[in-house]
Design a protein around this ligand. Structure first.
Ligand code: ATP
Length: 248
């Protein structure tokens, strides 16, 4: 705590199943209160990087075998996902992962599971989530499995907010959604960042939108960071334009 960097990933290697080397020395950092984009094609290692931080790797037989991860001033690479959540770092997984047979409101409540404060505080935060996501308020009593893809993505982010995070690791929020809905979600991310001070590390294949909302970006290829810089400079970079923005 007390520094202006909330997350630093230092030269990590990740291996799946003891043999498959997927991350080959990845370093990145996220300033406190920042929105940082992690970009690259399918399979580049973005999801693996996020899971290394949140420690969801273990569930997939993955392991950080080198390097270190510091969140909010503390080494976290040996902690469980729940310990990370309690310290304020939570991942919203790709594919949304709401409980389809629970209502939106019940899904939000599951997000408060690590908290030890009372029902009143949890109610207040649910109200806060509904302020940011009016669509979730409208659909609060619908089973999430019957809501739209955009609403399910909102539900997944809303549920993460119920743990009162300092930082959200957001994996591919644009996936499978119409451009208008993607825009709506990124606007809310921007608001949460500005008003609640939540920091974001955002994995995206949609380079264009990610670089409009992030202030800094890292580009990955086959398990390495190959380029990084201010979002504005990446948008103007000829290689980025050609390979990632499709405007060469
Ligand atoms: P996507 O956008 O598809 O999520 P990504 O950039 O996030 O792509 P990862 O999902 O991190 O990429 O995958 C990086 C590499 O690791 C890929 O080659 C993938 O096949 C491999 N990989 C991912 N998960 C596992 C696993 N559980 N076991 C073995 N290899 C894996």
């Amino acid at each position: 705590a007390g520094t202006d960097t909330i997350l630093s990933v230092n030269n990590i290697e990740v291996i799946y199943d003891h043999v498959i080397l997927v991350l080959k020395g990845v370093s990145l950092s996220v300033p406190r209160g920042g929105i940082v984009a992690l970009l690259g094609a399918n399979g580049a290692g973005k999801t693996t990087t996020l899971k290394a931080v949140s420690n969801l790797l273990r569930a997939e037989r993955g392991e950080v075998t080198k390097g270190s991860i510091v969140f909010d001033g503390e080494r976290v690479d040996r902690m469980t996902p729940n310990e990370l959540v309690r310290r304020g770092c939570i991942q919203v997984m790709e594919g949304r992962h709401c409980f389809g047979h629970l209502t939106i409101e019940e899904n939000l409540l599951t997000g408060a599971f690590t908290r030890r404060d009372g029902a009143a505080a949890i109610r207040r935060d649910m109200e806060m989530v509904y302020e940011y996501f009016p669509r979730l308020r409208q659909r609060r009593n619908s089973m999430s499995g019957y809501t739209s893809g955009g609403e399910q993505q909102m539900c997944a982010i809303g549920r993460a907010l119920m743990s009162r995070p300092k930082m959200i690791l957001l994996d591919e929020p644009s996936m499978g959604l119409a451009p208008q809905v993607v825009e709506e979600i990124f606007e809310i991310v921007k608001d949460l960042n500005a008003k609640e001070g939540v920091s974001f590390l955002l994995a995206e294949q949609n380079t264009n939108i990610a670089l409009r909302y992030a202030t800094y970006g890292y580009i990955m290829e086959t398990g390495r960071i190959v380029m990084d810089g201010d979002a504005a400079s990446l948008r103007e970079n000829e290689d980025v334009k050609e390979f990632y923005l499709g405007i060469g």
